[in-house]
Design a protein around this ligand. Structure first.
Ligand code: SF4
Length: 335
């Protein structure tokens, strides 16, 4: 059986159930790299120039960890999934960069997805990928339909049932994800509702973000994330703030930020990677919105390879203290 390696990094959190279903329907076995570790980040970093963003460094570490564990590595070029809205340039060059910096990598399956080229090109790209496993176009079509359905189910689990991507993947596959578990919070003991915004590869990679969600939940806060919004909620909030999105995953930052600043959260934390061009612009838009509204406190956390855990913890504690004080004051004013 052909083994397809999928790095547990970057777009894994957006598309893993869809990719897994597609390959398994075509008779392949899917192998996922283990959760990120310091050794993986260090090995990935050693292959790329210093100012590469942390998620890409981690991605290279994941590819290195899959060597000799699979026959192919799946690294698609996701150029655009919505008309005239494009992805960060790092995603566009990901397979080429990987080939250049990790020459010992297993052969790369580098399908290109660009919705702007029309449906015909999209179907052709999917068919070309499927042809590596079968010559039967109907089988490829069936696999694509099953994969799309898996993707819809995955997103529904998150937006309707309030699950994070690792929780939804765990629910679908039945295998535990890396996220450390906190006991379910008793609704009466919730101290505050905190929304965290940013790309899934920053919010759910607990090595990269120093277990941010776990820390918030341990401190008895309810955590909201961008995936808990429906596409409509996130798109409408993005449109209200910037009229038209430019970046593919703008909803995770601008849309979620605008939505949670206006509704449902006592505080919003923006998580971004050091040296990330798109995020520096998007997070600044959310920050300015927070200042203009002056209703919900906002804090941004910038992550890089050398970010100290103690620094994150201190900032988090200070931010939470401020929110709890604010909430107490509001209660005093009301009574
Ligand atoms: S959006 Fe930013 S963090 Fe993500 S891959 Fe591009 S540069 Fe890196």
């Amino acid at each position: 059986m052909i083994k397809i390696g999928i790095p547990r990094a970057l777009l894994y959190y957006q598309y893993y159930p869809m990719w897994k279903t597609f390959f398994e329907e075509l008779g392949a076995e899917v192998v996922v790299s283990p959760p990120t570790t310091q050794a993986m980040v260090a090995s990935g970093s050693s292959r790329v120039v210093a100012d590469t963003c942390l998620p890409v460094k981690a991605f290279c570490g994941h590819v290195l960890s899959l060597i000799e564990k699979c026959d192919y590595i799946f690294i698609p070029v996701i150029r655009s999934v919505k008309r005239k809205i494009y992805n960060c340039s790092k995603f566009l060059g990901l397979p080429d960069m990987t080939k250049a910096v990790i020459p010992e990598s297993p052969p790369i399956l580098d399908t290109e997805i660009d919705i702007n080229r029309g449906k015909r090109e999209l179907y052709q790209a999917i068919y070309q990928l499927g042809r590596r496993f079968t010559w039967n176009p109907f089988k490829v079509r069936q696999a694509s339909i099953a994969a799309w359905q898996a993707h819809l189910n995955y997103h529904q689990l998150m937006s309707k049932h309030g699950l994070t991507p690792p929780q939804a993947i765990e629910r679908i596959s039945g295998t535990p994800e890396a996220e450390p578990k906190t006991n379910p919070i008793n609704p009466t003991s919730i101290k505050a509702t905190i929304a965290i915004i940013g790309h899934p590869y920053l919010l759910y990679d607990e090595h990269i973000n120093h277990r941010l969600i776990y820390r918030l939940e341990q401190a008895h806060n309810k955590v909201l994330t961008p995936e808990m919004l429906t596409t409509e909620e996130s798109e409408s909030a993005t449109t209200k703030l910037v009229s038209k999105a430019y970046w593919t995953y703008e909803g995770e930052v601008v849309g979620a930020g605008a939505h949670y600043l206006a509704d449902r959260a006592d505080g919003v934390i923006g998580v971004m990677a050091f040296g990330c061009g798109p995020d520096s612009l998007m997070m600044d838009t959310v920050h300015r919105r927070a200042v203009r509204l002056s209703t919900t406190p906002f804090m941004s956390l910038t992550l890089e390879e050398h970010t100290a855990e103690a620094g994150i913890v201190t900032r988090l504690e200070a931010f939470l203290d401020m929110i709890y004080r604010r909430k107490r004051k509001q209660i005093e004013v009301c009574v």
